[in-house]
Every structure is written in C-alpha cells, then in structure tokens.
Design a protein around this ligand. Structure first.
Ligand SMILES: Cc1cc2nc3c(=O)[nH]c(=O)nc-3n(C[C@H](O)[C@H](O)[C@H](O)COP(=O)(O)O)c2cc1C
Length: 219
C-alpha cells in the first residue's frame, strides 16, 4: 500500500479486535516513533495493553471498544508549535499504521489524561492520543466541505501536484470533522492556514502532513 492509498483507505475506527499488537508491527511503529522524536524533539510513545486510558464514560458514549493500545503525543510545554507538531508527526504514524494493516482514531476528548500511561516529564504535556489496533471494521469516509470552501485557487488553475495535495488534505481527519483549514498557492508553494477553534492547531499539522504526502511537495 502506498501512502496515497493509505490516505484514501484511512477512516476513524473506534471498535477494535481484542488482540495484542503483533511484535513485528510494534517494532516498526517504535522504530518510526524514534525517528519522529529525533526529528521533532517530541516524546511520542506507544502504549500497548492498557485498557484503563479509554475506560471513561466519554469513550463508552463514543462507542470505543477494545481501545487498549494507543500512541501518546507528548512534548515540551514550551515548544513552539507543539500542537501542530503533534498533528504532523502523529499523522505520519497514523498512515504508517494503516500501511501495516492497522486502524486508528485521533482522540483529544474521549480518553482519560489522568489514566494515560505515557511518561511525561516535568515540563511536558500530553497533547492528545491516537487509539490504534486491528479494526473490527474499516470505517467510512467523512463528509467533506467542497474544494471551493477550502481553497481559493480555481480548480482549472491548479497544478496536478497541488490538486493531489488538496485532495489528500480534504481526506485528513480533523477534530469534530471541522475542516477549518484553508489552502492557497503562493508562487509555486502551497500555504495552509487555519481559523481559530478547538484543536485546530493539531488539525493543521495533520492536514499539512496529508498534503505533503499526497502531493510530494513541502508545504
Ligand atoms: C485532533 C482530533 C481530536 C479528535 N478527538 C476525538 C475524540 O475525542 N473522540 C472521538 O470519538 N473522535 C475524535 N476525533 C475523530 C474525528 O471525529 C474524526 O477524525 C472526524 O470526524 C473525521 O473522520 P475520519 O477520521 O473518519 O476521517 C478527533 C480527531 C482529531 C483530528
């Protein structure tokens, strides 16, 4: 599966099989987490076999099932663009998990920060988590705002790479499916910005990663 295929195939999955993460998948993810942490300065961690973090009313209400494994996005509180970086590197991991045959759901609200088993040193913050495992289902595509609401470049004026990136961005998960981002073209560089709102900075990082992966161009 290519990364573009992974972007297309990935939808939020909240019901997982009651299964441990396969040793080889765990190793692949941990290796990539190490790369992401080295590159970003974050302290991302994979936590397996912990049923407590999602043992919350919000998770039950959200119909989470067997959400026993998760990636915790942790980093220094005073890091510049902490939330955006968590979004960017978290989405890199989400797509890698999809390519390994796993499913994921970004979670900022339906888990217990207090019960989360991630180590966070003094001065660090748990920004959010990503539930992951082998899905009972593959999920469904989300409704997207039309291209014209998310981008001010006319479709006929878009370079092919830019259109590919925009389609990838439209498929990106955003909190509450709010899609508050805006994509534009300045010279031959894409620029992505976001309006204010809950978790929009995390969303921005996710959307940027999807755009870059789908277009092959840096944002
Ligand atoms: C930053 C962020 C936080 C999220 N928090 C939650 C959450 O607390 N509970 C939940 O059930 N879904 C949560 N989601 C999942 C979104 O509802 C979902 O990604 C969105 O509806 C788009 O659907 P898709 O992921 O299938 O494309 C979150 C998504 C993001 C990006």
């Amino acid at each position: 599966m290519t990364v573009r295929e992974a972007i297309k195939a990935r939808h939020s999955v909240r019901q997982f099989k009651d299964m441990a993460i396969r040793e080889e998948d765990r190793e692949e993810l941990n290796d990539l987490i190490e790369v992401c942490n080295r590159e970003s300065g974050l302290n991302i961690q994979l936590i397996c076999d912990d049923p407590e973090c999602f043992n919350t009313l919000a998770a039950k209400y959200g119909k989470f099932k067997n959400a026993n494994h998760y990636i915790a996005l942790v980093g220094p509180k005073d890091m510049e663009n902490l939330a955006e970086k968590c979004g960017y590197y978290g989405q890199r991991l989400v797509l890698a998990a999809q390519m390994l045959g796993m499913n994921t759901c970004w979670v900022a609200g339906s888990y217990s920060k207090g019960k989360c088993k991630a180590d966070s040193e003094k001065g660090e913050k748990i920004v959010c988590v990503i539930a992951l495992g082998y899905g009972e289902v593959q999920g469904n595509p989300h409704r997207s705002k039309p291209m014209s609401k998310l981008c001010d470049v006319a479709e006929e004026d878009m370079p092919v790479w830019f259109k590919n990136g925009l389609i990838g961005a439209m498929m990106a998960p955003t909190a509450l499916n709010q899609q508050k981002f805006h994509v534009t073209l300045e010279g031959d560089t894409a620029k992505i910005t976001t309006k204010m709102g809950p978790m929009t900075k995390i969303d921005l990082g996710i959307v940027k990663y999807n755009f870059e992966a789908a277009s092959g161009h840096k944002v």
